[in-house]
Design a protein. Structure first.
Length: 286
């Protein structure tokens, strides 16, 4: 297996697996607050990750102190994005939530112009328009508009800014250090929510929370390794595999399928992302 193919397999696997964690979150949210589920996911990931990080980095498991500010902002954005997403899937199906969430990369591309000084290009303008049309189609403004869809869209917006802040935080920090800080600081941020919304999980539900932590870490590891074997323009389109697997999980576990407007909107959002991806690939080849 070539290095490029290995990277594709890693990325496709990560995109296919992550909806399983979302499905577990939806199951847990039937008996517990989505805020508690979100905090439990961060705690489980921290519990599993910290021993590995300390063995590998010993006393340097966290990013350097002078680099903490962008990591704090990055974690805040991800915590808000994940919490909004988990609250949204209490009332809407997984595929609809994921479709709305995928406005994030388009938002991130536009935000990078203001935060990183990147230039507006024709491709970015087209992507912005496609993403906007997709978001409106999914949200379907009017009497039928669901608050859950709006929460998922807000989650995607936060995720877009998270992508930009990740670029700001990348210097002098290993992926493992960034992951440790995100999970540990995220756990501390969500602790008050966990206390205020506490309901005691059963033994099986604790296993489900640990399962969410394992899936999260496995997906992060697969993604990191994917980018070691293949370029970003090759891998990025594979993130849309998540749309298919989220619809599959939603149907098999909850007998839910998104409405036709969601599929149409998802196609617009996916097209926006692909426009950005292939415009970058063309620019790199020029």
């Amino acid at each position: 297996m070539s290095s490029q193919v290995r990277g594709i397999v890693f990325m496709a696997s990560a995109s296919a697996i992550i909806p399983v964690a979302d499905g577990i979150a939806k199951v847990l949210s039937e008996n517990h607050s989505a805020l508690l589920v979100s905090s439990g996911r961060y705690f489980a990931a921290s519990f599993l990750l910290l021993p590995v990080a300390f063995l590998k980095h010993r006393g340097n498991a966290l990013p350097p102190r002078h680099r903490l500010k962008p990591h704090i902002m990055r974690t805040l954005l991800m915590v808000v994005a994940m919490t909004l997403f988990y609250v949204s899937i209490v009332t809407i199906d997984l595929a609809t939530a994921v479709s709305a969430f995928f406005v994030g990369p388009v938002v991130g591309s536009v935000a990078a112009m203001f935060m990183l000084g990147e230039k507006m290009t024709r491709a970015k303008l087209v992507a912005l328009l496609l993403g906007f049309v997709g978001a409106i189609t999914i949200a379907r403004p009017g009497s039928a508009m669901s608050p859950g869809v709006l929460l998922a869209l807000a989650s995607g917006v936060c995720y877009g800014f998270y992508l930009v802040s990740t670029r700001l935080a990348s210097g002098e920090t290993t992926p493992l250090q960034a992951l440790v800080f995100q999970n540990v600081f995220g756990t501390l941020l969500l602790l008050p929510q966990a206390i205020l919304t506490w309901s005691t999980p059963s033994g099986f539900e604790i296993l489900l929370l640990l399962g969410m932590g394992v899936i999260s870490l496995v997906c992060h590891t697969l993604t990191i390794n994917a980018f070691r074997h293949a370029d970003a323009t090759t891998l990025a389109p594979l993130s849309y595999v998540e749309l298919i697997t989220s619809a599959t999980v939603g149907y098999l576990w909850f007998s839910q399928l998104p409405e036709s407007n969601v599929w149409i909107g998802a196609a617009f959002v996916a097209s926006a992302g692909l426009v950005l991806i292939f415009s970058r690939k063309s620019a790199a080849a020029a």
